[in-house]
Design a protein around this ligand. Structure first.
Ligand code: DGP
Length: 120
């Protein structure tokens, strides 16, 4: 699937739409999900334009891939998620299951980081 710039994360990267940003790296942005499904629900996205996880891993540079992976670990640290545990989820396409009923809604690669801060 071709990347379509008509999506909200493209606007967040290009600062035409505001987001509650938690962390910015050279190649990624991490911000609070607008409709949180956990006490802590962060989205981490590459600044480069990739549709989904496979597009990202197949076409991004090693520096972009490493930066995003390290960014996830930094978010876990910053939001204090280690003690209580956390989940990582990246929706791609229209697949749904009973316990994870959402398909991909925003066609810009993103990873959901879900958990509960040990400070709460
Ligand atoms: P997915 O189903 O994996 O494509 O989830 C997309 C997520 O993006 C969903 O949890 C809601 C979130 N989202 C959609 N629009 C916005 C927005 O404008 N701002 C923020 N912060 N999150 C958004």
């Amino acid at each position: 699937m071709e990347y379509d710039k008509n999506n909200v994360f493209y606007k967040i990267i290009n600062k035409t739409l505001k987001a509650d940003i938690v962390l910015e790296g050279k190649h990624f942005l991490a911000f609070h999900d607008i409709a949180p499904r956990a006490p802590v629900h962060i989205l981490i996205i590459p600044k480069g334009y990739y549709v989904d996880y496979c597009d990202f891993v197949e076409n991004a540079s090693n520096a972009e891939i490493l930066d995003l992976q390290k960014g996830i670990a930094q978010i876990v640290e910053i939001m204090k998620l280690k003690e209580g545990g956390y989940k990582l989820l990246s929706n791609a396409g229209k697949f749904k299951t009973q316990f994870l009923p959402e398909a991909q809604e925003v066609m810009h690669m993103h990873v959901h980081i879900l958990g509960k801060s040990s400070e709460e």
